[in-house]
Design a protein around this ligand. Structure first.
Ligand SMILES: [Cu+2]
Length: 533
């Protein structure tokens, strides 16, 4: 066992390590906005999050590495390393044209099994990263598929059996951007340039120890609440800033956190600023939606435009997460103090806290006259007249989250769907009224993710107030429900109805997954096989 492994292993199992924290957490309550002094890391043509447009098969090696997240400190991570055209990449941002082939060999140089899930992509089950296909240390796995999805910001990450939370927290995740004609038109209309004015933003929460290494305390509460770090980072940058000009910027935002939900908003010194939601998980909306906030749960992406064309030089704009309630209230069972901090509402930075994420410094005025187009793309609604309704109920029992009363069984397939059929899936999260202590833990939202197929959100019923007030119509859907989705946040008390078209052209029956994207919930069995036959 190398030093790294020994250290990580100790952290992974020892809640006590949570007691020795970098003093970020103490300073958090007084976060000094002047401390956003680190330039946001942007994709270049190599290195961390380097942009890789594969024209040939390439290798992704999952390995242990080091990276400077906190200034002047080295953090031990797990990452995907790639080499192409003589350049080295760490967690490359992959960019590929719709219809092209993605061919990548995963080589496992970790000390444990792993697999890659191409989150949001319509691929056959052998390419989907189902844990049944995970590979042992030193083994290899060939992914090879045609990219059938429309343009969008997808991502790829580990899906190791019961180890996804750990491996993703330590770094095994990056973006996969698909391009098509609609996308090129938007980029041309607004004169967007990837990495300059079209900014990928991977938001995560971590906890660091005094050496700058990550702390991941696994304890019983972490399994039920999900791990919450006390330090927010974007593109692996601590307290980042970005210098911008007076023009339109695009942000492709991924919530790659294990369990934290963000309520994103832009604000200048006085007020919140409206922005335009132009895309969700599965790509561009038909028309831009003007909003002032957007919830983003683990696994979800939003694509937004921020119009700074009237901003003055010297102005500062913040990307923030606003406070909200209803995530998970701290009950007597959720004792962060008892457990060393890091879970649920009792964490040092509870879910629903407000904080700044990114500082935008408007440094200069430039001539810019581009306008946000009224139409972005076309989406064909899914016809549900003849659709069968299938019901899923989320519940909590014996310290585990369940779907229809079941915990994940690798070999059991509770749901069988007919190829080519359309179904309405109705996901219900009943409010529970247990004793005071249990209640907070049991009434927490779950981002439900479906492998293999994008879906449409049809209806939200009985949403909590902070969601209901964002509703666009009588069906209760909110702006971030528009377009195509692969992950939908289901709040306590809610019933969410989604439509899925199970057409595919893969040979034979296909086994996929439905699961919660709070990674600790997924690892602890809030996951279910389904098969399309
Ligand atoms: Cu969950």
């Amino acid at each position: 066992m190398t030093d790294l492994n020994r250290r990580n292993f100790l952290k992974a199992v020892g809640g006590a390590s949570g007691l020795l924290l970098f003093n970020i957490s103490n300073a958090r309550a007084f976060i000094n906005n002047a401390s956003f002094r680190n330039p946001l890391k942007l994709p270049s043509d190599r290195g961390m999050f380097g942009l890789l447009e594969p024209s040939a098969p390439f290798t992704l090696t999952a390995l242990e590495t080091e990276y400077e997240i906190l200034p002047h400190r080295s953090t031990q991570l797990l990452a995907y390393e790639a080499e192409a055209g003589g350049r080295q990449y760490i967690n490359p941002i992959l960019k590929i044209e719709k219809g092209n082939n993605l061919s990548s060999l995963l080589v496992n140089h970790l000390q444990e099994s792993t697999t890659i899930h191409w989150h949001g992509l319509h691929v056959d089950h052998k390419n989907d990263g189902h844990p049944v296909y995970q590979i042992q240390p030193l083994d290899e796995y060939p992914y090879d598929f045609s990219v059938q999805n429309r343009a969008a910001t997808y991502w790829y990450h580990t899906h190791a059996h019961r180890r996804t939370a750990f491996q993703a927290y330590y770094g095994l995740a990056s973006l996969l951007i698909v391009e098509d004609e609609d996308e090129r038109q938007l980029t041309g209309n607004l004169d967007l340039n990837f990495g300059e004015t079209d900014i990928p933003l991977v938001i995560q929460d971590k906890t660091f120890d005094a050496n700058g290494d990550l702390v991941y305390s696994r304890n019983p509460m972490g399994a039920t609440d999900g791990f919450l770090g006390d330090t927010i980072i974007a593109n692996l940058t601590y307290r980042p800033y970005l210098n911008v000009s007076s023009r339109i910027y695009r942000f492709r935002i991924l919530n790659a956190s294990n369990a934290r939900i963000y309520r994103l908003a832009f604000a200048n010194s006085r007020t919140s600023m409206p922005f335009y939601l132009i895309g969700t998980d599965g790509g561009l909306l038909t028309t831009p939606q003007q909003v002032t906030e957007a919830f983003l749960s683990p696994g979800e992406r939003i694509d937004v435009l921020l119009d700074l064309s009237r901003s003055r030089a010297g102005e500062t704009v913040w990307l923030k997460s606003l406070a909200f309630s209803g995530a998970n209230d701290c009950g007597m069972m959720g004792g962060g103090g008892m457990m060393g901090g890091g879970t649920g509402q009792c964490a040092s930075l509870p879910n629903g806290s407000s904080f700044s994420i990114l500082k935008l410094n408007v440094t200069r005025r430039i001539p810019y006259d581009k306008k946000i187009p009224a139409e972005l793309s076309t989406i064909t609604p899914i016809e549900t007249n003849d659709a069968e309704t299938r019901r899923f109920t989320l519940s909590f029992s014996m310290m585990r989250w369940l779907i229809n009363g079941l915990s994940f069984d690798m070999d059991y397939v509770p749901v069988t769907v007919t190829r080519g059929s359309t179904e309405v899936w109705e996901i219900t999260h009943p409010l529970t009224s247990m004793g005071m202590g249990m209640m907070g833990m049991m009434n927490m939202p779950h981002p439900m993710h479906i492998h293999g197929f994008q879906f449409h959100v049809l209806q939200r019923i009985n949403s909590p107030y902070h969601v209901r007030r964002l509703a666009l119509d009588g069906n209760g859907v909110i702006p971030t429900d528009m377009g195509l989705k692969d992950t939908v946040l289901v709040w306590p008390g809610e019933k969410v109805r989604i439509a899925i078209d199970f057409s595919h052209n893969f040979p034979g029956s296909q086994r996929y997954l439905l699961h919660c994207h709070i990674l600790e919930h997924e690892d602890n069995g809030m996951m279910m096989n389904y098969e399309v036959v």
